[in-house]
Design a protein around this ligand. Sequence first.
Ligand SMILES: [Zn+2]
Length: 161
Amino acid sequence: MGRLKFITDGMLGKLTRWLRMLGYDVKYSRSLNDEQLMEIAKNEHRILLTCDLELYRHAAAAQGINAFFVERTTGAKKLANLAKRFNLTLEFDVTVSRCPKCNTKIKPVLKERIIGKVHETTATYYDEFWECPNCQQIYWQGAHWNRIESTLREAREYLSK
Ligand SMILES: [Zn+2]
């Protein structure tokens, strides 16, 4: 409730994954054409994010569609621009995170349950795991975590300027 929902064009797969990890409901499919993107944005009250200027102009001129043009820049700067425009929180909160692959809310899973599903060393080094109830993907705050945190930090720095 109250949380913004988005739909992204087929070029914004990476941004889609970021927003889902931050807890936003983002619809994404590479097979949707411009008309469909606009229709879904309107019917489902999703903010249309696009890096296609033509689509953006089209959507911005249409009735009842909230569209945002995503400039070609670094991931951190894109997030900062979005955060500025929509007042997003650029803090990771795993209690609201969605699966970057399929947009389903991830759930904490007991370590015993993931044995055999992840690498043995991963199971040895980490104690907290999350699972996507839809695609069964397992997540943990591993080495990639530092990169995620540093991108978010970078984005927050842009935002504070
Ligand atoms: Zn999933």
